[in-house]
Write a protein that binds this ligand. Sequence first.
Ligand SMILES: OC[C@@H]1[C@@H](O)[C@H](O)[C@@H](O)c2[nH]c(CCc3ccccc3)c[n+]21
Length: 448
Amino acid sequence: MVKYKFPDDFIWGVATSAYQIEGAYNKDGKGENIWDRFTSIPGNIYKNHNGNVACDHYHLYQSDINILKELGIKNYRFSISWARIFPDGYGKVNQKGIEYYRRLINALLDKGIQPAITLYHWDLPQELQDIGGWTNKKVVDYFVEYAELMFKEFGDLVPIWITHNEPWVVSILGHAWGVHAPGIKDYKIALKVAHNILLSHGKVVKLYRSMSLKGKIGITLNLSSIHSATDSEKDLLAAKIYDGFMNRWFLDAILKGSYPEDMKKLYNELNILPQFSDDDMKIINERIDFLGINYYTRSVVKYDENAYPLKVSMLDLDNPKTDMGWEIYPKGLYELLINLHKNYDGIDILITENGAAFNDIVNYKGKVVDDYRIDYLYRHLLEAYRAICDGVNLKGYYLWSFLDNFEWAEGYSKRFGIVFVDYNTQKRIIKDSAYWYSDVIKNNGITE
Ligand SMILES: OC[C@@H]1[C@@H](O)[C@H](O)[C@@H](O)c2[nH]c(CCc3ccccc3)c[n+]21
């Protein structure tokens, strides 16, 4: 008996990204990208792991799609590697790159699986980084050129398009904290990068509209429910600032056409506010069909005099955590969904990522009994269900991730997949969580 039944047309899917699973980093004309470069520099990545081979999905995509079919998964979110299409980032087109993605898309459609394509999941062509990357307005135009070719090639086959994956992570982890490619540590640069990424998003949405394509287009943001450590005035302000820093800066620009006043004032005082025009904000505010959200955990923050630049630091609570050290806090997903529904006019939402890394082992029977992951997924789906019951226009859920894969700075040490990957043999082992998720999809809901 299905206890928590989801709406009839609810989208159940899984998600991956190009650099994390494809491998073939220098095959068939692909150009170098900033993660090829970043991972080649010793010290950047756990045990200097890289995506040169990853899950070799570039060659194994057909057997991987057969697993999706076997599990009854009908929606698959993946990203296109820009440098496979434009090895230099613009100009010369690599036909072999286009042919790969056409084979991949047709193989999915042949199995009745709907593709959802992310145009940018962090892997900027290195040639573009060499001219300043996202700090350079020319890169904004090159992104539009890349998107236009993808819409021309695949626009009639692909029903869901996501311009960018997590501009906050690209901006902050890549350009303020320096722990992601290209490894820059400058808040002023980071906020300029965020602005240009948002500009490129708006221009691509406008382009998509002009091509009278039949699908839906949106953007994916990593969002978190922000809680203050105490009810003190300082901690409450710290929570408001961190909410502005991670969530409202992007949500307000995209959905309201202006950056939040409190954060503009703060960034101006800190001399890190980027330059922008009213025209820029109109472009960024181009109407989207859905908001993609990646939810993993909440953030509990406090005022911290010594924390540059926001005077906010995160608490490390002694609560259950995943292998990433992220607190397991399902209620944060409900809170986030309700807040988005209330504050952003009930916009349609897709959960484009939710999942957990745990230290999976293959047992003596060759199985992966990942009850922790099933528990994490169950609890978060229950909160998603509650949000739908309370009126949130939640249209779908893409589980992160289909396969264990290259987890950025953590390399292959963190396993998010519902399918285990033995990187020595490239063997796939379907984890118990995949069979559990297969049942959820079959029942369109949760049974217990
Ligand atoms: O860390 C798990 C996944 C990544 O593998 C995806 O590529 C990325 O879209 C994604 N975003 C988040 C939440 C934001 C975040 C990203 C990286 C590091 C810390 C937090 C978690 N994840």
